[in-house]
Write a protein that binds this ligand. Structure first.
Ligand code: SF4
Length: 326
């Protein structure tokens, strides 16, 4: 290990001041502690925000939902409002990590968690995300679990969060606070694809903190669900996943939101699939036809070509589950 200072502020302004001075925030610690042990991250100062008043799950006046950044994954997953109104969130959370980790990890931390690319976590390997300009060992290495969508020459790592896939499908926003004030950013704009700067993973300004995520109101009735495909049935990251959110009224699909995980450098919204669905009547041929667009634009690597077909089948199966008419 290496030396670092540890502080535990009890007010948000005190935490933001410490963050603005270069402190690295920690909440549940389920990502950062691992990365510090592996010396992938070596902060001089760690600011423990677990005692801040950033909890609570509340319905918003507009008919949406606000989840505090420090709510644990397990508390969010079993909350009545989440389970009844947005099962896609509960399911994504319950298919993540292990029960022990879900008890510790926070909603804000889950969105910000860093990639599971093994080369990123091996400090002897070339990795542009960890050390800009050093190269990408995954491109010529073992890349079976890596991304097929949103990749760049610099980086092909997947975003590991299941929750973020569900939130992207629900058009969620993140609430941010910093010493210069508060702001809100659509999650789809907040998480950044690698481009030429894979070390820059999100639109978080120095010292800023996620205070909450907000799901906007959606037309009712709303059907939603999350399907995750992985190498084993527990404590494993997605090879592919699909979050499907449908508003069907008078027998017609009025709105469709579909996002994929395990395949993109960021949670990947499947707009071509959505376009195929909206305005049409649910039917098995429609699910199949729409799902054929799931991997549009994919650029497979040496070992992950199987993900294109697997993604199409994952999306089709989840459309059948959420939309009915299997
Ligand atoms: Fe690093 Fe990204 Fe390449 Fe993995 S895929 S080694 S995270 S640059």
């Amino acid at each position: 290990m290496f030396p670092f200072t540890y502080t535990r502020p009890t007010s948000t302004p005190d935490a933001l001041a410490a963050g603005a001075s270069g402190g690295r925030y920690i909440a549940g610690g389920t990502t950062l502690v691992d990365l510090m042990r592996q010396t992938v991250e070596r902060p001089d100062s760690v600011v423990d925000i677990a005692g801040l008043p950033l909890g609570g799950i509340t319905a918003t006046r507009g008919g949406g939902l606000r989840i505090g950044a420090l709510v644990s994954m397990s508390d969010a997953a079993r909350h009545r409002l989440v389970r009844t109104a947005y099962p896609v969130i509960s399911q994504a959370l319950e298919l993540s990590a292990s029960p022990q980790l879900r008890n510790m990890a926070s909603i804000g931390g889950n969105v910000l968690q860093r990639t599971r690319c093994t080369y990123f976590r091996d400090v002897t390997a070339a990795c542009n995300k960890r050390e800009p300009g050093s190269g990408c060992a995954a491109r010529g290495g073992w890349n079976r679990t890596h991304a097929i969508l949103g990749t760049s020459e610099a980086c092909v790592a997947t975003h590991p969060s299941d929750l973020a896939v569900a939130l992207i499908a629900l058009d969620a926003t993140v609430h941010l606070a910093g010493v210069d004030g508060a702001r809100r950013v659509a999650l789809g704009d907040f998480l950044l694809p690698p481009g030429t700067t894979p070390d820059r993973e999100h639109d978080l300004r120095p010292g800023e903190l996620i205070t909450a995520v907000e799901i906007p109101a959606h037309p009712r009735p709303l059907s939603s669900g999350y399907l995750k495909v992985r190498d084993r049935q527990s404590y494993e990251f997605a090879l592919t996943s699909a979050a499907v959110v449908l508003h069907i009224a008078d027998g017609v699909i009025r709105t469709a939101r579909v996002a994929a995980g395990g395949v993109g450098t960021v949670p990947w919204r499947l707009h071509a699939v959505e376009r195929e669905l909206v305005g049409r009547r649910p039917s098995p041929p429609l699910w199949e036809r729409a799902a054929r667009h799931a991997a549009d634009g994919a650029r497979p690597l040496t070992h992950n070509g199987f993900k294109t077909g697997l993604l199409e089948r994952t999306v089709e199966r989840q459309l059948r589950t959420v939309g009915g008419l299997r």
